[in-house]
Design a protein around this ligand. Structure first.
Ligand code: COA
Ligand code: ZN
Length: 319
């Protein structure tokens, strides 16, 4: 056995979609200056990240932090192959997204009634109905749509969410032309077993529909859930730089799984992401500076697995 055998087998390409500039920043109370937001997105692109959820087009009264959505989008520098995404919850958001130069809208509605009411102020059935209009508007503007399903693995207000309900919503998204459904684990209630059940339910209700997974690490099992997704062939994961994140309209919400930690896990498991881990850690450090408090990410603190420490600088336990 060598010290570093490297990945045993290439596991293929996995897409990492960075959602920190939306899911992360929306949870911050102090306004992050627009040029700092732009610098972080540009840093992510420079590190090789190609899918970034840059902002959201929601009510500035609901989420004041992201009131500069249009300015951020016009300030970023897109490398070739960049896929720029933004979150949208209603028709007005779709109209804004249609003229702001996004490639894909991440639509959002919840699998549970109470969270949907808290988050977008309408019943789930009305959100689903609205989503048809949103999809039509976006299609006219040449913008793709990903179908987001929040509280897909449980609701902080209602408790369990049946996998069949998630399957039915996925089917509705498939019918309106979404390119993928994304299962949102809004308050970190997913476990490997519930992830497997939801994936199976979608494959049954909406055969052929690509799946993305969006975990929060609220209970420390986010990356275990990723392993379950990988074992079932899911190759699209959201994550947040430094482990920022959390929905302001869900009790007990905390950060997403951390992008550097995910990229580290994927690389060490033989998957290819196109992302440079050292450069990504640099972006996490700069994000932490911008936010002004320690972020939960672990690899940014420990460094990559083979980081060497100077023995001279470490205590010796001689008696
Ligand atoms: N962009 C900008 N302004 C918007 C907007 C949008 N997408 N949608 C609504 N507004 C404005 C309206 O113009 C209206 O403004 P006015 O009072 O000055 O005329 C006001 O917001 C209320 O509009 P209404 O359609 O009645 O919205 P609502 O009060 O029922 O709220 C949402 C619904 C969807 C706009 C709001 O709940 C929301 O923005 N939710 C998003 C929450 C979010 O981002 N959560 C995190 C993601 S998980
Ligand atoms: Zn989230």
């Amino acid at each position: 056995m060598t010290d570093n055998p490297g990945p045993a087998a290439r596991g293929g390409h996995v897409t990492v979609c960075e959602v920190g500039p939306r899911d992360g920043f929306q949870a911050e109370e102090t306004f992050i200056p627009t040029d700092r937001k732009i610098a972080i997105v540009d840093g992510l692109f420079a590190a090789g990240v190609r899918h970034v959820q840059v902002t959201s087009f929601v009510s500035p009264r609901a989420v004041p932090q992201l009131r500069d959505a249009e300015e951020v989008l016009s300030g970023i520098t897109r490398p070739p192959g960049a896929v720029v995404a933004a979150l949208v919850a209603n028709q007005k958001g779709a109209e804004r997204a249609g003229t702001a130069g996004v490639d894909i809208v991440h639509g959002v509605l919840s699998a549970s009634e109470t969270h949907n009411l808290k988050n977008v102020n309408r019943p789930v059935a009305k959100s689903l109905e609205d989503m048809k209009g949103i999809a039509a508007t976006l299609s006219g503007a040449g913008v793709a749509i990903e179908g987001g399903i929040a509280t897909a693995f449980g609701c902080p207000f209602e408790g369990p969410v049946p996998a069949e309900r998630v399957g039915r919503i996925a089917r509705a998204y498939q019918e309106l032309g979404a390119v993928r459904v994304s299962l949102g684990d809004t308050t970190g209630m997913a476990t490997p077993l519930t992830v497997a059940a939801a994936i199976r339910a979608i494959r049954e209700a909406a055969p052929g529909m690509p799946i993305g997974l969006h975990f929060h690490n609220t209970r420390g099992v986010g990356l275990a859930c990723v392993m379950t997704g990988l074992s079932m062939g899911v190759t699209h994961y959201d994550a947040s730089i430094g482990g920022l994140g959390g929905c302001p309209f869900a009790a007990g919400a905390t950060g997403n799984i951390c992008t550097e930690d995910l990229v580290y896990l994927l690389a060490e498991s033989g998957y290819e992401t196109g992302i440079d881990l050292d450069a990504l850690i640099g972006v996490a450090e700069r994000t932490q500076e911008t936010i002004g408090r320690p972020l939960p990410g672990q690899v940014m603190k420990a460094g990559p697995r083979l980081r060497r420490h100077d023995p001279e600088l470490t205590r010796h336990a001689a008696g």
